[in-house]
Design a protein around this ligand. Structure first.
Ligand SMILES: [Zn+2]
Length: 94
């Protein structure tokens, strides 16, 4: 019974680090730099989805592993994609 209470207390987004849910992997390197990918395209939602959480939030750099330049480009692309409804602002609880 006590364990249950403790579990609820730490039920927030920081769990990502420890649990790695939903196939999100930690990557040390920026995949855009390593793979020499072309610039981020806001219309390429299948790619952008790699950089948002299952709740639709943009992944922080420590999880995405992107360098500053590319993290910024991804963030801008995600916002653009949201505006034209390619991606959700938020995924409501299911
Ligand atoms: Zn990069």
């Amino acid at each position: 019974m006590r364990d249950f209470d403790r579990d609820r207390e730490r039920d927030h987004d920081d769990d990502f680090d420890r649990k790695r849910r939903g196939g999100i992997q930690k990557r040390r390197v920026c995949r855009f730099c390593v793979d020499k990918l072309p610039d981020v395209d806001y219309k390429d939602t299948s790619m952008l989805r790699n950089f948002i959480s299952e709740r639709g939030k943009i992944l922080p750099r420590r999880l995405s592993g992107n360098c500053a330049t590319h993290q910024r480009k991804v963030a801008v692309a995600v916002r653009r994609a949201r505006q034209i409804a390619f991606l959700p602002y938020v995924v409501s609880a299911g």
